[in-house]
Write a protein that binds this ligand. Structure first.
Ligand SMILES: *Cc1c(COP(=O)(O)O)cnc(C)c1O
Length: 325
């Protein structure tokens, strides 16, 4: 199927268009910063990379894997202050079901991580985490156009489709994600070379259920161990000792069902490659344009037409011109 938006592909080689595209993203980031300051009091740097994960809080969506990535980056910066790393702002938003206690602990962890990083002058201006409360469509409308990076990192095999992945794609963000749900089709439309895919496939997740041992990663990967040791030494919870024990239990006692530790290393590798690319703004913009150009397949018109034909078996019922007025 040929969508009109795919005509944008031809414009990747047009310098004037790339400049305009970048300007539009910069303006969206500035507008978001103004709105954020007005609505929450948070001040963030619009020149930093905006790296987002917004969706319901659930273990399978793995917000905690994202948080572990940030703890590893934080450790790297603390250990090597001279590290070459573009300033980054991480945004989380999402609600958890009222009785889902572990999801609430994950929200608390992200908030504590944000506060600790804010209080550490060693990483000021280089790393910032913001948890935006009360996620809703209005918030999404502000944040998604301002995003540079979209995190779609569910355990492969668990996300039926996802729709925020598409919203980010058509608003010019690059996706870092697992081969799960519609993210697989999105990468096929934009070209896999314009996507940052990492981690176990759904087949590998199923295939390793019998022998997967999260402790192996704790014992054999130094960065994983340092990150977990920091969290469970109450570094992020010095006034609330033990508050993150349920996360330790989930990972190391109950077997890490959603395989956070299996994918952390490949997530960090993909993350380093993608963030290094940001310095090459022409190549970054080229990829972002190809993502927007490839997003036409995910229009609701196509989706509903397909559902009508293949699932509901219903015919269109055109409304006559006269009754429309
Ligand atoms: C798109 C959207 C979702 C769904 O996000 P997924 O990442 O597909 O789970 C949930 N809540 C809001 C407010 C949205 O706009």
């Amino acid at each position: 199927m040929q969508c009109s938006i795919s005509k944008l592909k031809a414009f990747t080689e047009d310098k004037g268009f790339r400049d305009d595209f970048r300007r539009a993203k910069r303006n969206a980031k500035r507008q978001f910063c103004d709105w954020l300051r007005w609505s929450t009091g948070h001040t963030v740097d619009p020149e930093s990379i905006f790296d987002c994960q917004v969706k319901r809080i659930h273990e399978y969506k793995r917000q905690f894997l994202n948080a572990l990535r940030i703890v590893v980056l934080y450790n790297r910066l603390r250990q090597s202050p001279g590290l070459d790393m573009y300033p980054r702002t991480f945004f989380f938003a999402g609600k958890a079901a009222p009785a889902y206690r572990l999801a609430k602990v994950i929200i608390k962890f992200i908030n504590n991580l944000a506060a600790t990083i804010d209080g550490d002058p060693a990483v000021r201006g280089r790393l910032k985490v913001v948890f935006l409360p009360d996620y809703c469509v209005s918030l999404a409308e502000h944040l998604i156009p301002a995003s540079d990076i979209s995190n779609q990192i569910s355990t492969a095999g668990y996300e039926a489709s996802g729709t925020s992945n598409m919203k980010f794609m058509m608003n010019g963000a690059l996706t870092i994600g697992t081969r799960d749900g519609a993210t697989i089709e999105m990468a096929a439309e934009a070209g896999e070379e314009n996507f940052s895919l990492f981690g176990l496939t759904a087949e590998q997740v199923i295939g390793s259920r019998g022998w997967y041992n999260p402790r192996w990663h704790y014992e054999n990967d130094p960065e994983t161990r340092q990150a977990l040791d920091l969290i469970f030494s109450d570094y992020f919870s010095c006034d609330e000792r033990g508050v993150f024990e349920p996360l330790r239990d989930m990972l190391l006692k109950q077997g890490d069902h959603y395989m956070h530790l299996a994918d952390l290393k490949s997530y960090l590798t993909a993350d380093a490659q993608l963030n290094a690319l940001y310095a090459n703004s022409d190549e970054w913009t080229r990829r972002a344009i190809l993502n927007v150009a490839g997003s036409g397949k995910f229009s609701s018109d196509r989706t509903i037409a397909e559902y009508a034909a293949e699932i509901w078996h219903v015919q269109p019922c055109p409304i006559p011109e006269t009754t429309q007025k």
